[in-house]
Design a protein. Structure first.
Length: 507
């Protein structure tokens, strides 16, 4: 086993030693029936990690991985995933490595346990190949952060343009799939953290209905909005991976109904048709970006050619929705992170948010060089339970019942579409991210907890952009079928990663 950490390799290696014995014992029992094709493919993926993540452009997408490519997984014969390799965002517990959330405070967070979604993955024949870098604390620590930067893993780079952002916070997972480091990856999202990195890295990302996938043993932000989800090269693979990890978990009340909605999500994808399907087009969600509008209009032409009935919609969310969402996230993070830290059996330097704030101050040179911890500090003082409950009720109402649900009903459409995000912006550790305003409607799905799929729809000067498909609660399968149908109808060629700076790739 090998771990990668830009500034903490020694600490992380020491932490890993506590779980290596358990891993080796499991390896003696398993890995006997893996299809040769997937073993060979994983070996090639490991070579790509060595060539492109450890050397060459040094994408910094991978924090830890099985450098022998053998993997650790249950017997795969007759299982859905049959030994396919999966990278896992490093805020999700996997028994073989520490779970760091990118922070030095969790460098020794070897818990000796799997998140339930990892147990499901391995039971389905999936192989955890490694852990991916992320925006530290899932981009919920400070203002002016750079997506894809963590103190553990450094700055992740977009493989399509290595001087451009991979977006966050599931940046490493998006890059790992785009760069061919694994068959698929698992990311997590609170608001945009699966869909944005999927869009700018030119892959498929699916944020399922909140409650479809267990959040147990995942470093939290929000009990209302957090979910894990698949990041893949195509919609079929996202559906296949979702079916492997979804299901009810007694320790996560949000998943109480999941088993009633879990199905073979790949069923019907190949035959799915858009003919006669009414689709709501949120036409003003391009942020006025003319280059993005041209790509979006081509996607609309492809949908029309496939027989879809497009209904133009103008919609501007109430700005109060985002203000209330921020109140919710701060309150739930303060409580949730304390519960998580208290539950870890590892020897940690902090057991609550105040302890993390103090840790960062004590390690300011490594942790606070590029941006501070304003979000942590604001969360620490967000303690008014009544104000929190009011904010959650209002943000959910504006995003769900009076947002997505109302638009679907009033316009008699099955789903909503919009661009997911603009093209990747230059990485800027000094000033932070440069998100373009007014693009997409992903926050509606995030706050309401509804499914959101992004599928590549083309590029702007070699920089990928995605098309979002959004529908109501538990409509995950319907969204996946629509995305698969669009994927087959798409007429444009998609860009390949160049593994060079953007200007160089355009010469």
């Amino acid at each position: 086993m090998r771990t990668l950490a830009s500034c903490t390799a020694t600490i992380a290696l020491a932490a890993i030693s506590t779980v290596v014995q358990a891993q080796e014992e499991r390896q003696q029992i398993i890995l006997r029936e893996a299809p040769v094709v997937f073993l060979e493919e994983t070996a090639r993926q490991v070579e790509r990690i060595r060539a492109l993540d450890q050397a060459g452009p040094m994408l910094n997408a991978v924090i830890a991985y099985d450098d022998e490519g053998g993997g650790v997984f249950a017997s795969v014969l007759e299982t859905p995933l049959q030994g396919r390799s999966v990278m896992v965002k490093d805020n999700i517990e996997v028994i073989y490595w520490p779970t760091t959330a990118g922070s030095l405070a969790l460098a020794n967070n070897s818990t000796g346990r799997n998140a339930p979604l990892i147990d499901r993955l391995e039971a389905a024949g999936g192989r955890v190949l490694g852990k991916t870098n992320l925006s530290e604390w899932a981009n919920f620590r400070g203002d002016n952060s750079s997506s894809g930067w963590s103190a553990i893993g450094g700055q992740t780079k977009n493989p399509h343009a290595t001087d451009r952002s991979p977006c966050g916070s599931s940046s490493g997972s998006g890059v790992a799939v785009a760069a061919g480091f694994s068959w698929a990856a698992i990311g997590t999202e609170t608001d945009g953290s699966i869909t944005c990195p999927a869009s700018v890295n030119g892959i498929v990302g699916f944020k399922p209905t909140v409650g479809m996938v267990s959040r147990t043993h995942i470093v939290p932000i929000s009990s209302s909005q957090d979910t894990a989800g698949p990041m893949t090269q195509n919609v079929h693979d996202a559906a296949l991976l979702l079916g492997a990890i979804a299901g009810t978990d007694a320790d996560d009340p949000a998943t109480a109904l999941a088993d009633a909605y879990v199905t073979d999500f790949t069923q019907g994808l190949a035959e799915a048709s858009l003919y006669g399907v009414r689709i709501g087009v949120v036409a003003n969600a391009t942020g006025g970006n003319l280059k993005l509008e041209r790509v979006f209009n081509q996607a609309l032409d492809d949908l029309r050619a496939a027989g879809a009935i497009l209904v133009e919609i103008e919609f501007e969310p109430d700005p109060q929705m985002w203000e209330d969402e921020y109140t919710v996230l701060k309150y739930e993070f303060r409580e949730g992170i304390a519960d998580y830290l208290a539950s870890s059996p590892a020897d940690l330097p902090a057991r609550d948010l105040l302890g993390l704030i103090r840790f960062n101050q004590e390690h300011a040179e490594e942790e606070l060089r590029w941006f501070y911890q304003e979000v942590f500090m604001a969360s620490e003082v967000t303690t008014d339970a009544q104000a929190y409950r009011a904010a959650r009720a209002n943000s959910f109402r504006l995003a769900g019942p009076e947002g997505i649900d109302r638009l679907l009903a009033e316009h008699d459409v099955a789903l909503l579409i919009a661009p997911t995000e603009g093209a990747a912006w230059p990485i800027d550790l000094v000033l932070g991210d440069h998100f373009a305003s007014g693009i997409g409607i992903g926050s509606l799905a995030a706050i309401a907890g509804y499914p959101h799929l992004t599928v590549p729809m083309g590029d702007i000067e070699g920089l990928p952009v995605g098309l979002s498909f959004i529908a109501g609660k538990w409509q995950d399968h319907a969204v996946l079928k629509a995305g698969s149908a669009y994927e087959r109808a798409r007429s444009v060629s998609l860009p390949e990663p160049q593994f060079t700076p953007w200007q160089q790739s355009r010469e």
